[in-house]
Design a protein around this ligand. Sequence first.
Ligand code: NAP
Length: 275
Amino acid sequence: MKKTVLITGTSSGIGRASAQLFAANGWNVLATMRNPDAEMELNALEGVKVLRLDVQDESSIFHAIADGIDHFGRIDALVNNAGYSSFGIFEATGADKVQEQFDVNVFGVMNVTRGLLAHFRKNREGLIINLSSRGGLVGLPMISLYCATKYALEGFTESLAFELASQNIAVKLVEPSGGVTHTAFSERMAAEHALLAAHPDYDAFIARTGAAFAGMRAARKVSAEEVAQVIYEAATDGKNRLRYFTGEDVGGFVQAKRDLPDEAFTEFMRQRFPQ
Ligand code: NAP
């Protein structure tokens, strides 16, 4: 029997590439997005049903799940992919922007997950894959809110995995490195940044941080399609494994955090991001 996956945020990037890849491998795909009216490509693919789902709108979550089950009979897997990054100095970021960042990257994931759990329990099996980031493992300047949400997602996912193992529901994390190509991630980040006006006291720090990031590009960029391959592997390998990494450990940050004592790690990071 064909399996069915529900994916959030399939209008672009990793979510879209994942919808195409799962469909190409014979899965039924509930390709959800905020604005499905303009979608022409995904709904032309065999086994793909495009549905409206805004992770900030609980009623759209409820209806997308109900319509999806109605259409394909059942849902076997969920990919919580929808997400974005704010960019800029925390002091310049209003409470509304903080709320929105958590609404999409954390509370949205929790609400979609909660919406599917009763169905997974009824099926006596299920799979949840959450898109995190290296920014969920190491804190970085200028993206403090994004890191805060992905740290929250890491803690939530790691904890939830225990509870749901008791229900035969697997929970996994996919961790792309920054700068995945064929996504709209950087454009949204730039648009978010353009809305903020930082205090001039931060100008020198922002310039130094920008230079540090510029000197730290991955030697080989990973595409949305390659990340989708890793998501597909996580969905199908049957392994009891929590984290799947894609791309390089740019700057060696994740390795350094694992290997170094706390003070040495702080010194390692401060050398790369001078105050
Ligand atoms: P992307 O091309 O910008 O895709 C993000 C998707 O999330 C879009 O479909 C967007 O829909 C959707 N989205 C945003 N807010 C939403 C909401 N309220 N409800 C439903 N969907 C919403 O970026 P991407 O790189 O593919 O990002 C996918 C995931 O990978 C994110 O969780 C991101 O944090 C993670 N990630 C990306 C990178 C990277 O370098 N690109 C690195 C690490 C982790 P709209 O078109 O409607 O805005």
